[in-house]
Design a binder for this molecule. Structure first.
Ligand code: H2B
Length: 94
C-alpha cells in the first residue's frame, strides 16, 4: 500500500483489517434519515467513479468497509471513495 494512502486512512481514523487488505470505519449520525441521506449522496458519487463500498446501515450508524475486490487490496480507488465520504460527512457532523 502506498504511503499516502496509508496516511490518509490513519489520519482520518479508519481501521486497517484483514491483514491490511481492507479499511473500516463506523460513521455515526443523528438519525436514520441523515445516515440514509449521506449514503444516497455517496452512492451516486460511487457510481461516477465505478467503485463501491461494502456497507451496512443500522438506524443512525453506517459501518463502511473499503477494498478493491479485483486486486484484493487497498488502492487509490478506495482512497478516492473515502475522500468523498469524509467530505460529504462534514455536512452532517455537528
Ligand atoms: N468496487 C470495489 N470496491 N471493488 C472492485 O473491485 C470493483 C468495484 N470493481 N466496483 C468494479 C465495480 C468492477 O466490477 C467494474 C467492472 O469496474
Amino acid at each position: 500500500m502506498e504511503k499516502n494512502i496509508q496516511l490518509f486512512f490513519s489520519n482520518n481514523k479508519w481501521n486497517f483489517i484483514d491483514n491490511d487488505k481492507k479499511v473500516n470505519k463506523l460513521f455515526n449520525f443523528k438519525s436514520f434519515s441523515e445516515a440514509f441521506s449521506w449514503m444516497t449522496e455517496v452512492a451516486f458519487e460511487a457510481e461516477k467513479i465505478d467503485h463501491h463500498p461494502d456497507w451496512t446501515n443500522i438506524y443512525n450508524k453506517v459501518d463502511v468497509t473499503l477494498t478493491t475486490h479485483d486486486q484484493n487490496e487497498i488502492t487509490s480507488k478506495d482512497l478516492s471513495l473515502a475522500e468523498i465520504m469524509e467530505k460529504t460527512f462534514v455536512k452532517y457532523n455537528y
